[in-house]
Each structure stands twice: as C-alpha cells, then as structure tokens.
Design a protein. Structure first.
Length: 474
C-alpha cells in the first residue's frame, strides 16, 4: 500500500505573474508518506521544472504561496498481462490503484487560493509520476489566475453562535469551511449537525437552527408548502453521487447502465452475474453472488439525487418509486448518512450502495462507472462533474436546478448542486450579519477550498447571482 498522507516539506518554486509582472514564490512542501515519499517529491519537482513560469529552489523564507495536501493511494490488485487471469503477483501484472490525493495552494496566512483532487487511473506502471503529472498540469493551467489574497481583518463584534443541520452529502467540505471561516472571523462560531436533509430542513422550519442544507431544491416546498417563500436557497458547491461496490475478487470498477441500476434497486436484478451486468462488463468475470442493496435510512438529499437520476432514466422506477428524500425502497438494507452507507457496504461482500464521491474515496471503496446520455461509461471526477455542469441547462433565478443525466461528452450522470437554506427574514441583527458574512466568504475563499475534497466550485455566473441575492436577506 502506498499511503500518501501529505504534510508536504521541501521545495519552493517562484512563478511569474504575467498580470502584475512580479515573481510569486511557491514553496512545495515535501510529501510525508508511509512509502515512496522521496520518489514522489522528486517526480513532482521534475514535472514542475517543465513549467516555463516555475523555478525550484529550497528556501521557504521568501515564499508567497505554499503547496500542500493530503490523501491516500493504495494498491487494489494487479492486472495480469495474461487475458486468462484476473489477478497476478506484482511481477506479473500492472498495479491497479485506488485512492486520492488532495492538493491545496495556500498563502502565508493559511488561506487556500487553489485546490485540486488527483485520483489515480485504473492501472499504472508508475503511480507517483502519474499523480505528479496531473498535479503539475492543473497547477500550471491555473497558476496565472491565482491570487495571493490577504484577508481583511474581521469587524470587531461579540461572539455569535450559528447552528445548522441537514445534508451529509456536503459535510466534509462544510466541516472544513466552518473551521477555516472561524479562523478568519473568530467572532463567529458555526456548529453543524449532519443528520440528513429531511431532518435538517424540519429543524429549520421549526426554528431550531439558523440554516439548513439539502440536495433537494424542493425540500422546503415538499415539507411545508405554505412556507416556501420564507426561505432562500444558496448553492454552495457541486458534488457527485456514486455507486459503491464491495465485490470480492473483482479489481476493476463495475460499469453500470441506467437499466442495471434501476433493476438492482428495484430488486429485480439479484445476482452479480446477471446478463444485463455482464453485457456492460465484457471481459470482466462477475461472480455468481447475491446482490445486497444498501440505501439510506434517513430522509436524504443524496437519496433525492440518486432517485432523481433513476426517475429520469427508468420509466419503471419513476412509476413504481419516483424521486424523493425518503422514497419507499423496494428492497435492501438501510443505513444512516453517507458514512453509514459506506461502512455497511464495506462490511458486506456482494453489496452495492450510493454515497457522495469523497465518502467512497475515504472508505477505500470501488465506485462504478455509469453510462451517460452520450453512451460513455464515465467515472466521477472533478472533470466529469464540470462537464455535467457545463452541459446542463442554466440554473433558475431561484437557484433551483437538477443537473442529473446531463447531456454531453464526458458528463458524469449523477452530479448535483447542494444548497444552504436560510430564512429570508432574520430578526436577530447579529445573526443576520454573521450569516451574510459567511455566505459571502463561502462564495469567495470557500470555493477555492472545495476541489481538494472532490467538490466542484460553482460557476462564476452563479456566484455573481448569489452575491446579489444575499441582499434579499433582511
């Protein structure tokens, strides 16, 4: 296993800012890993040297920006050179990797100005070089757009406590945001309960929390139709829901058609070697093993996105079950939260569930490839999520939109916005000031921190509209 838990120490690069005509110095910390740390540093250094705008030195003291990150990459098995064998020893095959590497570029104040999530290809002769190439390419593509931001001093005011509740889908990035926002604005403390979209919105409607969170843009209307006009929705990031599989002996990610996913979750496809699955996975040995379906026990925005996709791609699913936060599941075992689904799938051989993208990576679970409207079998990544957003219809003025089953090449089929829901009227002036301050921060520094956890930053046109909409909170 190659564990890439990056604490990053060791190199600095100076990059020219073509806009301002001054050198910006980047210190690339050395990767602290359980294995391959020195090689990873050497490979990344070699790739950065290929960038015309970068020179590498070993002095940290004059750095403007610091490159760092964290994550984990592991060997799932080996792809044999022989077509008759599905697993061989390392000397007889190409390693198949799983995992991820989060990368962040921060200024000297610790504020993230750029981030990226690098995931390994299905098979690799040299995973260290592959990841280094990917990181250097994306950094090089955006380096001249990076701003060395110095945050303004927050206004002096008494400590304000905000409480939120709702979706587990965005919890990893929300947890990061609330900690970092407090570091920049110590006067605001934000607590968040990841209890599922339905429970969170119900708490908001009852006045028990200051904001809610959901992947269902109609959650307020569905739970309290008469109160819909009393709340505003603000998209926070874009994420992906992925099928996760625990299939012993199968190293590659399973390819799923929409028909296969609907059939499995309807309880009609019960074996992993079903002909529908075999047709989409030619050359892959699928075992004669029962399929164990795992779904959410709680009212969930992740379930909404998943069932919204199934409803749009399967007439049978739409008629029998439909979309919703808490659908009546025809089959399967239940678990609470994205983390609960991931843990149960990890425990049960032959199981399949669905979670937000980062939960699959963090739990070392195989996430399947899904056939999109262009006929491609696409895996979740920042690039495929971006393709889905780019090919979907324009988001409405009330920020409600579904981007599942988006058209276009390379689009991942189950991508979704996630929304923060706040009251239009907040009587407490201090809380109103704190919430609007956080929302503005979320649309700025917060967006630059999202990619490291596998979430796509919002398109600029949506950010601009949201910045205007914040003024509607009174």
């Amino acid at each position: 296993m190659l564990a890439l838990a990056c604490c990053l120490l060791g190199w600095r690069a100076s990059a020219w800012d073509d806009t301002h005509g001054v050198a910006r110095r980047i210190y690339v910390e050395a990767f602290a890993t359980k294995a391959g740390a020195e090689k990873l540093r050497e490979d990344l250094t070699a790739e950065l040297r290929k960038l015309n705008s970068v020179s590498l030195v070993s002095d940290e003291s004059n750095a403007d920006l610091i490159l760092g990150g964290g994550g984990e990459v592991w060997v799932r098995g080996y792809r044999s050179f022989s077509p008759r064998s599905h697993m061989k020893l390392p000397s007889n095959g190409t390693p198949i990797y799983g995992g991820y590497l989060s990368v962040e570029l921060k200024n000297k104040n610790g504020v993230t100005v750029w981030s990226y999530l690098a995931t390994p290809g299905t098979a690799s002769e040299d995973i260290s070089k592959d990841l280094s190439r990917r990181i250097a390419k994306h950094l090089g593509d955006t380096l001249n757009q990076v701003e060395t931001l110095t945050p303004a001093s927050p206004p002096a005011r008494p400590t304000i406590a905000l409480n939120g509740a709702g979706a587990t889908f965005p919890y990893p990035v929300y947890q990061k945001w609330f900690i970092n926002f407090q570091a920049e604005d110590p006067g605001t403390l934000i607590a968040y309960e990841a209890i599922g979209s339905e429970a969170g919105i119900q708490k908001l409607l009852a006045g028990a929390v200051d904001f809610g969170a959901s992947e269902d843009p109609e959650a307020v209307r569905e739970l309290a139709p008469a109160d819909e006009s009393k709340y505003l929705l603000f998209p926070s990031v874009v994420g992906a829901v992925v099928p996760i599989v625990n299939l012993p002996g199968v190293l590659q990610d399973i390819a799923f058609t929409p028909e296969a996913l609907a059939g499995i979750f309807l309880g009609k496809i019960t074996k992993w070697n079903d002909p529908i699955l075999k047709r989409a996975n030619r050359g892959l040995h699928l075992p004669d093993l029962d399929i164990v379906v795992v779904h959410r026990a709680d009212g969930s925005g992740t379930s909404y996105a998943w069932t919204d996709y199934l409803s749009k791609t399967s007439v049978e699913w739409k008629t029998a079950v439909g979309s919703g936060l808490a659908p009546k599941w025809p089959t399967g075992r239940a678990a609470a939260g994205n983390d609960g689904v991931a843990k149960l799938v990890k425990e049960l051989g032959g199981s399949i569930g669905y979670v937000e993208f980062i939960y699959a990576l963090q739990n070392h679970l195989s996430s399947g490839r899904i056939r999109n409207r262009s006929g491609e079998f696409v895996e979740a990544s920042l690039e495929s999520i971006a393709a889905a957003v780019g090919h979907s219809n324009q988001i409405r003025d009330d920020f409600k939109a579904s981007i599942v089953d988006a058209p276009g090449d390379g689009a991942y089929p189950i991508a979704s916005f996630t929304w923060i829901v706040v009251p239009t009227h907040i009587a407490d002036e201090a809380k109103r000031t704190a919430i609007t301050a956080f929302l503005r921060w979320m649309l700025g520094p917060g967006q630059r921190q999202s990619a490291a956890l596998g979430y796509l930053a919002l398109p600029r046109e949506i950010v601009a509209k949201e910045e205007d909409a914040i003024a509607r909170i009174h």
